[in-house]
Write a protein that binds this ligand. Sequence first.
Ligand code: SAM
Length: 215
Amino acid sequence: MAPYRDMEVRRRRMVSDQIAARGIKDPQVLKAFNDIPRHLFMDEALWPRAYEDHPLPIGDGQTISQPYMVAIMTDAMGLTGSEKVLEIGTGSGYQTAILAKLCDWVYSIEYIAALSKRAQAVLEQLKIFNVNLKVGDGSQGWPEEAPFDAIMVTAGAPEVPRPLTEQLAEGGRLVVPVGSRGIQTLMRVTKRGDELISEDLGGCRFVDLVGEHGW
Ligand code: SAM
């Protein structure tokens, strides 16, 4: 079987067995996972493992998250196609690409310049142009572009970063892993007027969010 065909088969199996079978039902979310070639966001040596059910290294001590975790976080954002989204922790750019398929525009911040540069190249290769990437401390958000309809943090924070709730639009959702180093609870915080409504979406395990409002 030709290698690209084999990757497509593995990707479809990942979506059905790891994502849909575990309760993610939104057809647009499932389509985005079927459409984005996850293997391109990692070194070619890892391509045979690209569709396995766990995180994988992307260099600089960082990881591309488990497909199911990317799916839970994406689903929790409740995107309908018109949103302006902020992502903290571009990493490989895989989550960025999934978000770009589901909203109007993605702003994504990565702390490590080499990762951001690689992510940009893959996104361009895939002709995904509704994204703005920048290098910096995402724990402070992107105030010049606020407010955002949804914000996702793909690294574990000691507490919900205040600048991010301040940069949410009315009705906006922030999805963020919060807890101790190495083990966190995935939280969804929704802004309703002056109120912030927090929901616990379950346990998770992320690399550290660094920076002013991180570790
Ligand atoms: N979403 C990514 C993907 O699909 O490949 C995975 C992200 S990885 C689990 C977490 C990323 O957050 C790392 O690349 C790390 O460098 C980045 N990060 C940690 N603290 C950050 C901060 N304060 N600002 C921006 N990025 C940060």
